[in-house]
Each structure stands twice: as C-alpha cells, then as structure tokens.
Write a protein that binds this ligand. Structure first.
Ligand code: E4P
Length: 220
C-alpha cells in the first residue's frame, strides 16, 4: 500500500519524507490557500523535493479550461498528476489528457458509479473522500469496498486513493479493504506509529536496563 501526504505545506512534506514511508503528495485549492503563498511557487517547491506523484488541481469548470490548465501544469515535471473534479466536463478532460499520456486524479468522488466513470475515462487515480461521507452520516469505507470490487470485476488499472482521511482507523480500514493508496494529513501520519503500550514498554525496558551491570561499557 502506498502512502501519500495530503498537504501543500512544505515543512510537513519534508518531515513526512524523512520517515521514508511517503510515496507521493496530494494538494487541493484549500491546502494551497492555507500556505498563503502563490500557487506556482508552492507547486515548484513541492516538485523540487518529491519525485513521486504530486497531484495539482485545476480550477476551471469546463473541459477546455481544465485541459489548458493541465497542459501548463504537466510541464512542471514528469511526476505531476492533474487533479480533475468529478463532473461530466471533468470526465471529458480526463479522456483528452489520458490520450496525451498526462496523468490524472479524479477528485471529489462520492459514489461508486462516479468511480466507474472515472476509470472508463482513463483516470490514472480516483480519489473517493471517506471523511466527508462519514460527516454526513454515510459510511465512507463502504464506498471504498464497492470501488475495489468494481475495479477488480473489470480489471481497471485506475488506482484508488482513499482521501479525506481523518484518523488512523481510516488508514487501517483502507489497508484491510486493499485500496492502493491512502492520502493522509500530516497529523494522522504522526499518529500511525504511536501506541501507548509501546511508550510504556520502552520506559519499562530503560528502567530495567539501568540495573544491568556492564551497561555503561558495552557500546564504547
Ligand atoms: C484529497 O486529495 C483531498 O485533498 C483531501 O483528502 C480532502 O480532505 P478533507 O475532506 O479533509 O478536506
């Protein structure tokens, strides 16, 4: 399973990459706006640091506008993935971009049929938003199971990025279902390795180690 970091904050990206477990980055207009910096500056900064896939989102609503934006962004690097909203115009744009071998990530996916259409249009990735579905009383993970089943039924190569992740349990469930990728906010990445019993265990081992007679000379 691949882990992407869902942020446009360069410091968070640096820290997450130091872990050696991150395979790519996803951004969106909200995350870009949070940095307070110009979009192109942020995009270039991220691309200098990361060689895995970096999703950058278009903001046009019509297919032609999306394709025009995508062609500009794709020139920033081979690892640029164009994030396209899940609309009929978006699907038209994905079809054109996939014929040009420009990678796409269809975003704001909330139903299995939307994911089916994205795959048929030739999307490289699809991003179902689990947290936002949970927020309105649905079960976001049901959507992931359904997309995994549909893609497996027909052998689609579109990869599923579980998005809008709010807590480690979302990551666990995504892994159990067999999703390809989870795009995870920095805060949740930091929680993944944590367990209170691990901390307690280390504390106990160190207390006991203090009683080992040659402890101070072993590693000298
Ligand atoms: C996905 O690529 C989006 O950037 C993201 O996961 C949205 O998450 P949110 O619902 O926490 O804004």
């Amino acid at each position: 399973m691949k882990f992407f970091i869902d942020t446009a904050d360069i410091n968070e990206i640096k820290k997450a990459y130091e872990l050696g477990l991150i395979d790519g980055v996803t951004t969106n207009p909200t995350l870009i706006a949070k940095t307070g910096k110009p979009f192109m500056e942020v995009a270039k900064e991220i691309l200098e640091l990361v060689d895995g896939p970096v999703s950058l989102e278009v903001v046009s609503l019509d297919a032609k506008g999306m394709v025009d934006e995508a062609r500009v962004l794709a020139k920033l690097g081979d690892n640029v993935v164009i994030k396209i909203p899940m609309t009929t115009e978006g699907l038209k744009a994905v079809k054109i971009l996939s014929e040009e071998e420009i990678k796409t990530n269809v975003t704001l996916v909330f139903s299995p049929l939307q994911a089916l259409l994205a795959a048929k249009a030739g999307a490289t990735y699809v991003s179902p938003f689990v947290g936002r579905l949970d927020d309105i009383g649905h079960d976001g993970m049901d959507l992931i199971s359904q997309i995994v089943e549909i893609y497996s039924n027909y052998g689609f190569s579109t990869e599923i990025i579980v998005a809008s992740i709010r807590h480690p349990k979302h990551v666990l469930e995504a892994a159990l279902i067999g999703a390809d990728i989870a795009t995870i906010p920095f805060k949740v990445i930091s929680q993944l390795a944590k367990h209170p019993l691990t901390d307690k265990g280390i504390e106990r081992f160190l207390e006991d180690w203090a009683n080992v007679p040659d402890k101070d000379s072993i590693f000298k």
